[in-house]
Write a protein that binds this ligand. Structure first.
Ligand SMILES: [Fe+2]
Length: 456
């Protein structure tokens, strides 16, 4: 890999520092600001031709580029340090694809004298459409994924309420949480997927929407989608059923047997949804398109009718939508365990689902997906909490019952990749969690709150 000289990054930062200093003296748009800002941007873009990502960190009063401290940071980069302090930032990541407009918008936020931290800061970043710069907050600003998940439900609920009240939802609110969720998925999609096992019967529509968003972003990540596409998948997933706001609650919950008139109404929701999303500000055109297409199957059955190819992202949403619906208790359906849901879906490969995307999804999830209760050959029973794609048949299992079926006081993790076949520690079958009186959703939530780092 080609290297970037420390002095190059130092020069970039000195120019950024100069622009920040000038911003205190001159009004926005003054050449004293624009010139160093432009110079810094040029250096950054050149460096991003060599490296996909550039990480600038702050350790106390020293700026670091990767692991290299920049000498005399206080003297030469005082403004950068000051503003990172005010925003409680421990790092800034610049990525290939960074546009001039994003850079200018980032500068505007960084130069704000106000203390803008945590979620407020993330909101400001999303509102400005900044996707190729990630601001890493100090740990106290970081939220636990359960908090993020619950906040996502609230935000989706608000968006639906806005539409019910006859208004178009604000993009910035949804965008902020989609970015946060995407960051968590990129960091560790297993933990996030675990949370999609939370199924709330009363709040089905909102839980389902958030779950579809998380699952779609996870599939997109595994497929190597760009950040822009992941973002479209997140927003599309969260809002795929927003057109259901036009359908009354009792129709949504009606057990089976809708009248043909009711059914016609339900079938309108993808079209209605895409129309609502089209009217939201700063929304990529792909989003209304995938919402429009989310009930069109691979073989073009389903609804509404459409000639021509489907967007590959729509096929991701269709898979996430079906998986979450199958694994959830509905008025007319008992929940299928994850492994059975996957089998059902595989039988519909090439009919309902795009075979290639489905294959990727199944590989990512493994034979026993996160959230599956399993029995080991030793007769011990536990729940799958992590699946590595390379070893999808050997997940990490949290053991809850010993070989005599007795509940273990302090459940612990077993990493099945560490055991060779034949010595007993392999999965023999899935177990219905109802029989063991375990609510997988609550278990996964607890797990996310206090993950046990020890695996043996
Ligand atoms: Fe739908």
């Amino acid at each position: 890999m080609s290297t970037i000289e420390l002095s190059t990054i130092e020069l970039m930062l000195k120019n950024l520092n100069g622009a920040l200093k000038s911003r205190k003296l001159y009004p926005a748009g003054h050449p004293g600001i624009l010139q160093p800002l432009e110079k810094a941007y040029q250096i950054l873009i050149e460096s991003l031709k060599i490296r996909q990502k550039i990480f600038i960190g702050k350790m106390k009063d020293v700026i670091v580029f990767e692991d290299n401290p920049i000498i005399d940071s206080i003297k030469n980069l005082g403004e950068v340090l000051l503003q990172m302090d005010r925003k409680a930032l421990e790092g800034i990541i610049f990525e290939k694809g960074l546009s001039k407009l994003e850079w200018t918008n980032f500068f505007e936020i960084l130069s704000l004298d106000a203390e803008l931290k945590g979620q407020e800061l993330q909101k400001a970043v999303s509102a400005k459409g900044i996707k190729y710069i990630t601001l890493k907050s100090l740990p106290f600003g970081k939220r636990n994924i359960v908090e993020v998940y619950n906040n996502a439900i609230d935000i989706v609920k608000d968006a639906f309420a806005e539409v019910r009240a006859g208004r178009i939802p604000k993009t910035e609110n949804v965008a902020g949480i989609v970015n946060e969720i995407t960051d968590h998925v990129l960091e560790d999609h297993n933990a996030m997927i675990g949370l999609t096992m939370i199924k709330n019967y009363d709040d089905y529509l909102f839980n389902h929407s958030v779950n579809v968003g998380i699952l779609s972003v996870s599939i997109g990540k595994t497929m190597g989608c760009s950040k822009e596409k992941l973002f479209a998948l997140g927003i599309g997933g969260f809002l795929h059923d927003i057109g259901k706001t036009g359908v009354t609650e009792d129709i949504i919950r009606k057990p089976g047997g809708l009248s043909s008139e009711e059914w016609e109404k339900v079938k309108l929701h993808p079209v209605m949804g895409s129309k609502i999303i089209e009217r939201m500000e700063n929304i990529n055109k792909i989003v209304p398109q995938i919402v429009f297409e989310h009930h069109i199957r691979y073989d073009h059955s389903g609804y509404p009718t459409k000639d021509g190819e489907l967007n590959p992202l729509s096929m991701i949403i269709t898979i996430a939508d079906a998986y979450d619906a199958l694994t959830t208790l509905r008025v007319y359906q008992k929940p299928y365990p994850p492994a059975s849901a996957i089998k059902i879906m595989q039988n519909l490969s090439g009919k309902h689902f795009d075979p290639d995307t489905l294959k990727i999804f199944v590989n990512m999830f493994g034979v026993y997906p996160v959230g599956t209760m399993v029995r080991l050959r030793t007769n011990e029973v536990g729940i799958v909490i992590k699946v590595e794609q390379k070893y999808s048949d050997k997940p990490v299992v949290k053991l809850l019952f010993d070989s005599n079926g007795i509940k273990i006081d302090k459940p612990f993790d077993v990493d099945l990749t560490k055991y060779a076949r034949g010595n007993g520690l392999q999965i023999v079958s899935p177990v219905d969690p109802i029989i063991k009186d375990i609510d997988v959703g609550s278990f996964m939530m607890q797990e996310a709150k206090s993950p046990n780092p020890q695996a043996h």
